[in-house]
Ligand binder design. Structure first.
Ligand code: FDA
Length: 400
């Protein structure tokens, strides 16, 4: 049995947060090793943003994040901002563009972002190993100082002063996601917040699917509301339920059993519009008018809930109000979500009250750090989750 390797920093998880932390810690002169159980590093980076990686956003604000403590993430995000990451992107000559709503994507492919991180790691001297299974983690007594942890792996044992857990969340298990980080947190007495799938499509019941079967493949710009949270973006009807950016965003705020209220025409006052049409185009059928505002399938599906389809001038003001409510206040209770199989993120995770917001170090366990998605900090859709990975990785890197 070969003797353990003495290093300064062992990072478990070579994803967005782990690689960012590795590059910056190694740049400080620390002897850094990153290990990952997968056959390739950065798999989620490669599949992100439809293969083009939405790596950050032009506007990063606290309102774009969910956490049991809505102040925890502010410090790290302020110390490594979107502008810092954009500077890195420019340094590496990665071509990028703003798609919409401040979302920055690679012009070419997500591999450019992974290459950027790997180049930074190589330049700073961080070592990265794949195919590495973690067997045990042991906290060492003071007599082993400066080493504080012994980590037994399939590639050999490491003694390290700082141990960084960057193993991400539970989404897309086929890409190597595991609950490993949560187990480590539990092993060292850190609390966990309940975990659920976030940024995930909704499923509908068989009856609801039947009602909207003609809408499959159709999209509309809607405002979807759940409780006090609203998003105005596209909604897409699918074979299994509802998807599209508006739905993914609201899914992070939804609890089973809650209704969604969906305004299918958020830019229009339908009572006002139909009342004017009664004067201007009195003989036009309601379905024809609605098909001018929404796709024909969506318009017809929703008009099927109107007792009788008539020329628009034949509806009373009360009926016009009821028709408007149908389109402006569509209430639907999803059957569930697609779960971790397709979710972009995991909500919940390592309770931030147990971590330092300055260093990401466990308050009760010196030298143990948690960064990235494993922590109970989740961003909205739009590059905010990577920005958290970069920022938390950078924050920890200054103190490991
Ligand atoms: P990440 O998941 O990146 O890395 C964790 C690493 O740990 C992996 O390499 C894994 O193999 C390794 N690991 C896990 N368990 C281990 C174990 N037991 N032992 C050793 N290694 C282990 N966000 C965004 O901002 N913009 C976007 O465009 C997208 N797009 C997107 C698309 C899809 C399909 C998904 C699933 C997700 C996104 N995201 C996103 C979210 C984003 O990918 C996510 O928030 C970050 O990758 C999180 O970074 P981490 O480094 O924390 O985990």
């Amino acid at each position: 049995m070969s003797s353990p390797q003495n290093i300064d920093v062992l990072i478990i998880g070579a994803g967005a947060a782990g690689l960012m932390c590795a590059a910056n810690a190694a740049a400080r002169g620390r002897n850094v090793v990153v290990v990952d159980h997968a056959n390739k590093v950065g798999k989620k980076i490669l599949m992100s943003g439809g293969g083009r990686c939405n790596f950050t956003n032009m506007e990063v604000l606290p309102k774009h994040y969910l956490s049991a403590n809505p102040h925890f993430f502010k410090s790290a995000l302020a110390r490594f901002t979107q502008w810092d990451f954009i500077a890195l992107v420019l340094k590496h000559g990665v071509a990028y563009h703003e798609k919409k709503l401040g979302q920055l994507f690679c012009d070419n492919k997500a591999q450019d972002i992974l290459d950027l991180l790997l180049d930074e790691c190589a330049e700073a001297g961080a070592s990265i190993f794949t195919h590495c299974d973690i067997k045990t983690i042991e906290a060492l007594s003071a007599e082993h100082a400066p080493a504080r942890y012994k980590v037994a792996t399939s590639l050999g044992d490491y003694l390290c002063e700082s141990l960084v857990i960057a193993t991400g969340g539970l989404s897309i298990p086929t890409m190597g996601a595991t609950g490993f980080g949560y187990q480590v947190a539990e092993q060292f007495g850190l609390a966990l917040k309940p975990r659920t799938a976030g940024l995930v499509p909704f499923t509908l019941s068989p009856t609801q699917l039947e009602q909207f079967k003609d809408c499959v493949g159709n999209a509309a710009e809607v405002t979807v509301t759940c409780g006090t949270q609203s998003f105005t973006e596209n909604l897409l009807f699918t074979h299994r339920g509802l998807s599209g950016p508006a739905i993914l965003q609201i899914s992070s705020y939804w609890q089973p059993g809650q209704n969604l209220e969906i305004n299918l025409l958020p830019q229009l006052d339908l009572v006002d519009y139909l009342t004017r049409q009664q004067q201007e185009r009195p003989k036009v059928l309601l379905t024809t008018l609605m098909s001018e505002l929404l796709t024909k399938s969506i318009a017809q599906s929703f008009c099927s809930f109107v007792t009788e389809i008539r020329p628009v001038n034949q509806y009373t003001p009360k009926e016009i109000q009821a028709i408007a409510d149908l389109f402006h206040k569509w209430e639907i209770m999803p059957a569930g979500t697609e779960g971790y199989r397709t979710a972009e993120v995991t909500l919940g995770g390592v309770d931030v009250d147990g971590l330092s917001s300055k260093t990401m170090e466990a308050k009760n366990q010196p030298g143990l750090f948690f960064i990235g998605e494993v922590v109970d900090v989740t961003g909205h859709l739009g590059g905010f989750n990577f920005q958290w990975a970069w920022a938390s990785g950078f924050a920890a890197a200054q103190f490991v």
